[in-house]
Design a protein around this ligand. Sequence first.
Ligand code: AMP
Length: 301
Amino acid sequence: MSVLVVGTTALDSINTPKAKNPRLLGGSASHAAVAASFFSPVKLVGVVGDDFPSRYVKLYQSRGIDLTGLERVKGGQTFHWHGEYEVNMNNRRTLNTVLGVIENWSPKLPGAYETTPYVLLANIAPAIQHTVLDQMSRPKFVIADTMDLWLNVALDDLLRLLKRVDCLVLNDGEARQLTEDDNVVSALARIHKLGPRYVIIKKGEHGSLLSGPEGLFVAPAYPLKKVVDPTGAGDSFVGGLLGYLAAQKGGSPAKHLRRAMIHGAVVASFCCEGFGLSHTLRAKRPDIARRVRELEKLARF
Ligand code: AMP
């Protein structure tokens, strides 16, 4: 079954202590859509300006991603994020964000998108996530991702959104900020009370935690010797997770969520090994299967 992904389709300029890479293809929707496309057909909802290179459009096309929902605004500037990492790659700061065409964007879904069963509201303003959900007809499973910015500037919209989604994905810092609780385990219970049946807390290189009606599950991250650029790892995780879920036949999403998290973690590991999408794009299904088997061995006791 197919997956609809909405989020930022961006140009990312990324500085690390070792290199500077300007205007790479990035954005929450780009990383998530490419990750999901390993497993399922993907429909993209996004917006770009005239400055969006045609080679990036070709790259989406090379993954079979449906671009009917990708708007191009004449005279507009594509969302641009400029970030910098410290030697410890867990520490990142935003140098500049240009909203460009995202600022006044209200997505209109192509008719053929409205019945897509799996929906990923990747990181973008919660008002835009609502607009997409308003146009969907009874999706089977909806996941929302978010970030600290929206907790700061759009908390009411975000709280309303939590009542409309099956699963919320956020990192441990954001969970603390949302609940004012320093303990992630008790924070999970508080987030369930806000609406979502499933909550996934990402902890970067330390893996992720799933909470739902079936209880808790701890998913490891794939241990990497070298991280080149972790930008988009969170989006790749959730995109891979939902793409895998959509590809499963039989049973409810709950039955497959644990394995879906492992597949998301593996796609995220490829993302971290190169700048932008470079290494995610190089990975093949057998590479993913190999790392999933390794994780299975590593976590069994
Ligand atoms: P992650 O590393 O998973 O947190 O995601 C990084 C991606 O998020 C980059 O490709 C950015 O283009 C994108 N991004 C940065 N700031 C924002 C924002 N305010 N809203 C949505 N996406 C953003």
